[in-house]
Ligand binder design. Structure first.
Ligand SMILES: Nc1ncnc2c1ncn2[C@@H]1O[C@H](COP(=O)(O)OP(=O)(O)OP(=O)(O)O)[C@@H](O)[C@H]1O
Ligand SMILES: O=C(O)[C@@H](O)C(=O)CO
Length: 422
């Protein structure tokens, strides 16, 4: 019976948290949406993560989907909950982190929770309530250029206050470093009643202290780093074996515009056959453009199966469409639709290994492939893992999927990821 139920606001975030939970001794299932939580399968798990595409959804939809996920997790037996959002706190001025946290707090009848986006293994730290990315304040990091959620402030309290009904308070690093008992006293203090508590953390040890001091809370919120202080009942929990074999057709699908992904795309372009998505061509005729890309993949698989083709949207920030021409679909939606349709076509054509870059992009791809669950496989980098999935399209195929957050992974991940599938 699972004890821990997690709700992730995007799909790469779900696999990020799930791979951390597996490494902490939780047999972990990832369900794609609340409807995919299967009480029977969950009975064999210690933790269930529901992957939502709620980060940039309208607020009401994000809240409704998160509450539906909570109900499904509760019905599956979960008794403690974890709201997983991005380690760069990706949100719009209206939400959705605040409204979802408010709704979940009410639903679990808790009066306070912690806000912990720190994830030192990926360079995210919080000091004095300010979020840093590899030492730069969030608003001066490449996140200020994000196409959907540009982050222009590093203060978590200032970001959160317009989003939540609850007071927002900060707990400084000195309290964390004073130890779990001291921190727990600060969390439980009468003045923290009803509050969202932004907790500083700069190291893995800080996060372990935060986990220990908040073990009694019915709901915690944060990035995957917070989970490194959890201990599941099964140290060395098994990881899923690959669905594919070396030499099976593979591809990289990248819709991410992040600086990390752009460096990975530059590396991929130097080593892999590649095609860049052409927004104008997608606007003219999306199905024909996607068919052309799928034909390119088939040709590359024939020529050299060891070099998976790379399909990408952005290799330069100048590529980003800032203003949509009147009456047209936004470039972001076209690219998500095109990469999702391409994924379906590639799996129909025999692809059994897909590496997808970008959370929104991953959401579009996994939804189009009608995948209902992911079994966590070999880890690739902090926050990135292979996962085994069964598609609903193409009569049902077992494939290996890596859903890479835009900001995660080494520069050579598009060329090196495949060797982990053994
Ligand atoms: N040329 C472009 N113009 C505008 N938007 C684009 C363009 N190319 C890609 N996009 C969109 O940018 C968004 C990138 O978001 P996505 O979540 O996939 O990546 P990310 O934000 O880097 O990753 P993560 O959320 O994992 O950090 C997608 O919606 C994608 O379609
Ligand atoms: O926390 C992160 O940075 C990632 O898991 C993420 O949310 C990717 O979109």
């Amino acid at each position: 019976m699972p004890t821990l139920g997690a709700i992730a606001d995007d799909f790469t975030g779900a696999t990020d948290l799930a791979t951390m939970l597996v490494s902490r001794g939780f047999r972990t299932l990832v369900a794609i949406g609340a409807d995919a939580v299967d009480p029977e399968a969950s009975a064999e798990a210690d933790a269930v993560v529901v992957a939502l595409k709620s980060r940039t959804a309208p607020v009401e939809e994000a809240v409704a989907d998160s509450l539906a996920a909570l109900r499904a997790l509760r019905a599956a037996g979960c008794r403690r909950y974890y709201f997983k959002y991005c380690s760069t706190f990706d949100s719009t001025p209206r939400g959705n982190i605040g409204p979802v946290a408010d709704a979940l707090l009410e639903a679990v009848h808790a009066d306070r929770t912690v806000v912990v986006p720190a994830f030192p293994a990926t360079g995210r730290t919080v000091r004095d309530g300010l979020l840093y990315v590899h030492g730069e304040p969030l608003d001066r990091s490449p996140m200020r250029h994000h196409p959907l959620t540009p982050m222009t402030d590093a203060s978590l309290a200032r970001l959160l206050r317009p989003q939540t009904r609850h007071p927002v308070r900060q707990i400084p690093l000195a309290t964390v470093r004073a130890g779990a008992a001291e921190l727990r006293a600060a969390v439980d203090a009468p003045e923290a009643s009803g509050a969202l508590l932004v907790v500083d953390a700069e190291t893995d040890d800080d996060l372990r202290t935060v986990s220990a001091a908040t073990a009694h809370l019915g709901l915690v919120t944060g990035a995957a780093g917070l989970a490194l202080g959890l201990t599941g009942p099964r140290p060395g929990a098994a990881r899923a074996t690959p669905a594919s074999s070396p030499g099976d057709p593979a591809a990289v699908l990248s819709g991410s515009a992040s600086s990390t992904t752009r460096a990975q795309v530059a590396h991929g372009r130097a080593h892999l056959p590649h095609r860049k998505l052409d927004v104008a061509a997608l606007r003219r005729d999306l199905p024909a453009t996607v068919a052309g890309l799928a034909a390119f993949a088939r040709e590359q698989w024939r020529l050299d199966p060891a070099r998976p083709p790379l399909f990408y949207a952005v290799d330069d920030l100048a590529d980003l469409e800032r203003t949509t021409p009147p009456g047209e679909a936004p470039a972001s939606a076209l690219i998500e639709e095109a990469l999702a349709a391409l994924a379906v076509a590639l799996v129909d054509d025999g692809a059994r290994r897909l590496l997808v870059a970008g959370g929104e992009t991953s959401g579009a791809v996994v939804t189009a492939l009608e995948v209902r669950g992911l079994a966590i496989g070999a880890p690739l980098a902090p926050g990135v893992t292979w996962a085994r999935a069964e598609t609903g399209t193409g009569g049902g195929r077992n494939i290996d999927l890596a859903l890479k957050s835009g900001n995660f992974g080494g520069t050579d991940i598009f060329t090196e990821a495949w060797s982990a599938l053994v």
